[in-house]
Design a protein around this ligand. Sequence first.
Ligand code: C2E
Ligand code: CA
Ligand code: CA
Length: 710
Amino acid sequence: MGEPDGPEGRLRRFATIWSRAVFPVTSTSLTRVEFEAQLLPLARRLSEALRARNHTADEARAVGAALVAAHCTDPEALTRTLDCIDAYLVLYCGGDGPQEDLRARSSRLQHAMAAGYAQALRERTLAEQESIAQAALAAQGVVAQALHASEARFRAVFEGAAIGISIADLEGNILQVNGALSRMFGGAEQNLRSRNVTEWTHPEDAPQVWRLYEELVRGEREHYHVEKAFYRPDGTVLWTNLTVSLLRDADGNPQYQLALMEDTTERRLLNLRLRYEATHDALTGLPNRTLFFERLEKALNGAEGQRFGLCYLDLDGFKTINDSLGHAAGDRLLVEVADRLQACATAPGEMVARLGGDEFVALTTGPDTEREVDELAARIMNALLAPVRIDGRELTVRGSIGVVEGPAGERGPAEVLRSADITMYRAKSAGGNRFELADEEADARAITRHGLTTALPTALERGEFFIEYQPLVHLGDGSVRGAEALVRWLHPQHGVLGPDRFIPLAEHTGLIVPLGRWVLEESVRQARVWRERHSDTGPMRINVNLSPCQLSHPGLVQDTVEILERTGVRPDALCLEVTESALIGADDDLLKPLRRLAEMGVDIALDDFGTGYSNLANLRRLPVSVLKLDRSFTQSMQQFPADPVDLKIVEGIVTLAHSLDLTVTVEGVETGAQAEQLRILGCDTAQGWYYARPGPPDRLHELALVDATA
Ligand code: C2E
Ligand code: CA
Ligand code: CA
């Protein structure tokens, strides 16, 4: 026995609640306590499935089947089980995992479990049908004999049967019905006995039902088996598995017909309900992803001339609402949004579904969706305008919509949904609260971006990255003082990709940390090679770019120290470049690693200076020793004469930087005139195409040597 508060205790508590809920509706011969003992291992499997990474659906399906095996075959037993899991499983068995994940997994478990339950029930029904058919054959013999032999024995077989039995003559006049059958029809035996079988038509009768009947009464077939509905005297519908057999007299002439029927009404309702549950979202009641895909697939398979239009909606900032007001409020918001969306798509051919989380879709089909889908998107945006009241607060709801429209027969559902998803993200990154139309070119770009993102990790393993070096030149004497390392990706399909194509993706996925470490190691090692091979040109410094993610990564200082020690390069030969924007508003925690590095002697450069509007007075606070003036300053010096205001600004920055003991480097120097101008303004070093484009490491010394001999 576990501690009452421990995981085992909580699991038992869950099993108790579950068994209390379900026991009253089971047809088991066990006591409640014995029944609970039977549920405990099932509860354990659910609990483990809730926290497991894989195969949870299989487990849940197996538990559903086990419930059927434990005689929980009443539809109410499943309902109560699902309610119980919904309310208590995460609470008692979730551990301290993230609630949102657990809830999502719990609802997936419920679906899988209901599916497993339904399937087991179906299999059991088939088995039962089989045995009923057997019983019918047996009964045929027994009844026939009984009819001939003794009325008393016949009565016993007839009345004792658990399934409904009736006997009619070959004209269809009902002669006998047993208790089970009259109970199925609502109790009154007299009402049944005066009836004729042929009156029992029902609109849902399958076409073959009456053909089989005719064949039987003509003596052309011995028995038949169908699923058939009947009206009860009170007008309600009874569904049955019906087996009808022909009874012959001692000479073998057709004499009576014997019907055996099993009531399947409840089971049908359960199946309908399971189908409903498997295709609808429990929270909002909207169709779910499964049903939506079915409909979309149908729309996309539509006849010629048919079109479809799809609006893919994702709420803006829903996570914030959920995190700050709690799940209950978030749920209510989703329900309200679902209701409003539902009201936007009421025409025939239109539907709204919830795909999960705060993602919804609206679908319209027909010949005119080109016009309709725009109107649908506009209606949705409009429906979200009014704030939602929750707990006395007015919450503003905004959403981004990706719209895809097109003819049936060209694309599959997955492709259409992906396009809608990409378009929705475009609407989001354009600021949200808007809808955008899918555009193949934009899709293609996004897909390439996606492809690059997924290829990044292996690219690092496969050594597809390489570094080019761009010299840093002293403006006073023109000597090469070092180089900036600029990373490139030699992509197997796309050729050489510049950092602007993949650094943002690497930052987004976190790969920037190992990639940045590799660049640092590789370029520091390169600096060491230069030092060994070219002791004549003086020490070469190496500048390496750091992205903001690396800055906040806890391993930064240690990695850098290790790399320097391993390569034997002195800290003051290394300069780490950090963009101005990464340091704006940086607090002391973020600056601490940089400060540590600066104390060791590593230079820190403020990259792209002048683009981030940082407060010049703030520079004093930062552990920075180099300012890299952004290329835009250099560009404004291209025309002649240069704008005097720009010149004054640069002059001011240089003066201030020098008074703070900072070195000034300028980027993007493309002409000799610019270089001269910047030298006059007092800049210390320069970098740009005028000196050299970024290139392989050995080119650096060619330049340095040319320079030294000039
Ligand atoms: P950045 O640090 O501002 O690097 C200078 C960029 O200006 C380089 O572009 C360089 O090729 C380009 N450039 C140099 N001289 C001239 C010139 O005279 N005219 C013009 N128009 N451009 C010039 P690149 O190599 O495409 O790098 C772009 C940015 O990618 C870099 O900007 C840097 O922020 C980032 N980056 C490059 N390598 C790395 C890296 O290893 N790690 C990180 N985190 N970022 C990197
Ligand atoms: Ca840089
Ligand atoms: Ca720069």
